[in-house]
Design a protein around this ligand. Sequence first.
Ligand SMILES: [Zn+2]
Length: 345
Amino acid sequence: MPKTGRFLAILIFITSRLGAPGSSTEAFGAEVFVLPTPNRAIFETGGESRYFTPTPGKDWRSGTFGCVRTDGWQMHEGLDIRHTKTDLRGEALDPIYASVAGRVAYLNHNIGLSNYGKYVVLEHRLQGLTFYTTYAHLKEFAAGLSTGDEVRQGQVIATMGRTSNTRQAISKDRAHLHFEISLRLNDRYAGWHSAHMKGYRNDHGNWNGRNFAGIDPREVLLKQNSLGSKFSFLEFIRSRSELCRVLVRDTRFPWLKANTALIRRNPVADREGVAGYEIGLDFNGVPFLLIPKATSEIGAGPKIELLSVNEKEQSLRPCRKLVRKQGNKWTLGSSGSQLLDLLTY
Ligand SMILES: [Zn+2]
């Protein structure tokens, strides 16, 4: 092909890529996340009701992430993203894209085993972080998709659906993608579960939902959209609002290896050796800040100790009940204790 012809062909190729949903960033590698479905209304002013699928009788906010269920007292860990096209019978047809390049970590084929129905978990490593994206209520996986497969950003991994094991089925008009961005608390979850959750079945091994702490995908996508190439996922995680700070007298737990980028420097601990970590948790229990501490700084005491609570954050987002007030004193709630026990198992 002559040079100008080839140049034109490349130009046409690039232009056509820009028009294809979910694939423009794949061509340039500029964005950490691409939208996981063809629905782009999240970026449109007033587009919320076209982007989110609410729970029956509620407004679009009930399809967002956070304390948005049961009058603010129940957590929804992801986004419920509305379908954009249906077949003649009214079933959703939207393709599901890998939001980030990564590896297929888990596929749940058995609808009866989860309120997420058929779902995929992808694992991603970036900037000293290990994180996961989850795609739930799927109709079917892309042909041949298997655990361990590498997937490109924007690659079609599934078709949207409405699978779930809940008694109340998801109706056709509410077909949506439940999409999560999360971090995994412990790669030894299965062992912790058998020791601590006696009487509760664990059908998903280390991929049990209890082992994941989600962050708000909407906040991530909007931030990335406004910052463009200046967006850093690591900075996003590091700048979570702190709900509480705990001291953990333990120096060996999997989070430290999976998320090295969240560990700060402390010259005293560098010099004297690390005896524990001060850990900042966000309202959903994401340990986004870890400060190594020396024995001379923390002394002796219980393995896990609550140091402080951001009361404003707790009053804004109380639904995870990680901490509670008894009289004038804040303590870890049972879900907070359980989370830290799992983190440091
Ligand atoms: Zn959902």
